[in-house]
Design a protein around this ligand. Structure first.
Ligand code: HEM
Length: 140
């Protein structure tokens, strides 16, 4: 079980690195007018989004496996895990929102300002904090 937990944490950390960095690229894209620089930023964003999408799968699947290994059918009583799962669903939603925003940049259809993306960039910080408090403290 500890091997599964170690791999879970590895994939979660790698996924979160992308979730934190991609909106930062969006901040720069929203400010950038030079075509060559925009093309380079778009290439970085495209590759990072593909990388994040690959990592998110094992991160979640290993978590589900871990939950089953630790609780089995009693998982229904692990209320901290239900709350964690709800935050993870929001994180997956945020991940897909990044995909739609990237598509808008690709089509030259982004209307949002760099200030909006700076605020957007902070959202996963609070979601990660909530997940860590739930999984380490298990408040309920
Ligand atoms: C459906 C998705 C997920 C499920 C079912 C899940 C489930 C679990 C379970 C059962 C544990 C073991 C808890 C323990 O041994 O005390 C765990 C550990 C952990 N999970 Fe997840 N997890 C999921 C997604 C995530 C995500 C998205 C993150 C971070 C953003 C995350 C961060 C962690 C961390 C840091 C630990 C280690 C905690 C410790 O060792 O005390 N998990 N997860």
């Amino acid at each position: 079980m500890l091997w599964v937990k170690a791999l879970h944490i590895f994939f979660v950390m790698s996924w979160m690195a992308g979730v934190f960095y991609l909106p930062r690229i969006f901040v720069n894209l929203a400010m950038e007018h030079d075509i060559a620089t925009r093309e380079r930023l778009l290439l970085m964003a495209r590759k990072l989004y593909r990388f994040m999408s690959i990592l998110s799968g094992p991160a979640v699947l290993l978590g589900v496996w871990l939950a089953w290994l630790q609780y089995g059918p009693a998982v229904a009583k692990a209320h901290w895990l239900h709350a964690k799962f709800a935050v993870v669903v929001l994180l997956i939603g945020y991940h897909h929102a990044c995909g739609s925003l990237l598509a808008k940049f690709e089509n030259g259809a982004n209307k949002r300002s760099h200030k909006w993306f700076r605020v957007f960039n902070e959202v996963p910080v609070f979601m990660l904090l909530a997940v860590l408090i739930l999984v380490v403290v298990k408040p309920f």
